[in-house]
Design a protein around this ligand. Structure first.
Ligand code: NAD
Ligand code: DAU
Length: 336
């Protein structure tokens, strides 16, 4: 199997590459990533030089750049490349439409032209919008995105669906809840709060801190993607989530407790515009049809994650100093 992973230098993409190389040692992996601020080749240092792994520095919107690899033959694409941060989408929606919608359409077109057998689109539960205090998102929940980010992901989901329906391609969509774990860019809640707590900086909690997210350890998401890639029924959507609902204050307090820091570091700040109140996922379809079971419970997963950031201070430091961008640049020409 020759597998193309887009966005492999990001948080979930790099975890997925490590996961797939362990799980399927016979696979060849091609990582296509343009290395935005969120792409970090430090995440993949341990596989650099492995014959089974190739890095292609390219934009998913750059058809000419991706064509040679497709011409050589690609069996499947797992598509993660995206602009992924809600706050940035409020500041600068344009690039979200460009990357997430236009980029996905160009990739689909390439997959169609070069007869790629499987296309797994990694989407998000945010396309369903927000929940009240009860209920869960199922695959039949209507799409009702509330941020430019989630709207652009919903747009890409519809494009994937359309290519499946119109051209008969074997496409799947996964919609996962919030991930946490190693290599997450410190703009997202958990690594940001860990970084601030480690430095005794204020922890900025939006609004009343009672917004709820359904947290999943990233490796369990990778396992779900692997199952969908190999067993997903043509055209189907699969929700992914472990029923670990926590409000943001609970998450932040766990981090402070684990680091032995005082609650007084918490600073309530202005709320995010259009802030979704609650996400919670019904993943029964994935469990019952593909046998998925998360291996990590939230309590141990979050502690393991905090310990990972504590034991890898140089990873956070290289982002803060910008060193990771210099490292990326040194790999852009030689293919990493
Ligand atoms: P991330 O921001 O950490 O990584 C995104 C990667 O995509 C980066 O390496 C970046 O360089 C690359 N990229 C961006 N634009 C590109 C382009 N035009 N061409 C090629 N590469 C490009 O994101 P993440 O958190 O790892 O999320 C990965 C995917 O999973 C996204 O599609 C996101 O919507 C989805 N998702 C994320 C979560 C989560 O909790 N993080 C949950 C569900 C779904
Ligand atoms: O649900 C899946 C989604 O989860 C993914 O599709 C997105 O790519 C990913 O970024 C994530 O989106 P969220 O907006 O839920 O994640 P974020 O880490 O930005 O925020 C989590 C919660 O914490 C949210 O309620 C906002 C809040 N928050 C976030 C930050 C960065 C704060 O209170 N303070 C902060 O500084």
């Amino acid at each position: 199997m020759r597998l193309m992973v887009t966005g492999g230098a990001g948080f979930i993409g790099s975890n997925l590459i490590h996961y797939m190389m362990k799980k399927h040692p016979e696979y060849e992996l091609v990582n296509v990533d343009v290395l935005t601020y969120a792409g970090n080749l430090h995440n993949l240092k341990s596989v650099e030089g492995d014959d089974r792994y190739t890095f292609l520095h390219g934009d998913i919107r750059d058809r000419a750049k991706l064509e040679p690899i497709c011409r050589e033959g690609v069996d499947a694409i797992v598509h993660l490349a995206a602009e992924s941060h809600v706050d940035r989408s409020i500041e600068e929606p344009d690039i979200f439409v460009q990357t997430n919608v236009v980029g996905t359409q160009i990739l689909l077109d390439l997959a169609r032209q070069y007869n790629v057998s499987r296309f797994v689109h990694v989407s998000t539960d945010e396309v369903y919008g927000t929940l009240g205090s009860t209920g869960l998102f199922t695959e039949n929940t209507p799409l009702a995105p509330n941020s430019p980010y989630s709207a652009s992901k919903a747009g890409s989901d519809l494009m994937v669906r359309a290519y499946g329906e119109t051209f008969g391609m074997h496409v799947n969509i996964t919609r996962c809840s919030n991930n946490y774990g190693p290599y997450q860019f410190p703009e997202k809640l958990i690594p940001l709060m860990i970084q601030h707590a480690m430095q005794d900086l204020p922890l900025p909690v939006y609004g009343d801190g009672l917004n709820v997210r359904d947290w999943l350890y990233v490796e369990d998401h990778c396992c779900a993607i692997d199952l969908v890639l190999h067993g997903g029924a043509k055209g189907e959507v699969y929700n992914v989530g472990g029923r670990n609902e926590r409000n943001n204050l609970q998450v932040v307090r766990t981090i402070l407790d684990e680091l032995g820091k005082p609650d007084s570091l918490i600073q309530f700040v202005e709320d995010r515009l259009g802030h979704d109140r609650r996400y919670a996922i019904d993943a029964d379809k994935l469990r019952s049809t593909l046998g998925w079971e998360p291996k990590h419970d939230y309590e141990s997963g979050i502690r393991e994650t905090i310990r990972w950031y504590l034991s890898n201070p140089e990873w956070l430091a290289s982002i803060k100093s910008g060193e990771y961008r210099r490292y990326n640049q040194s790999h852009e020409q030689d293919g990493g």
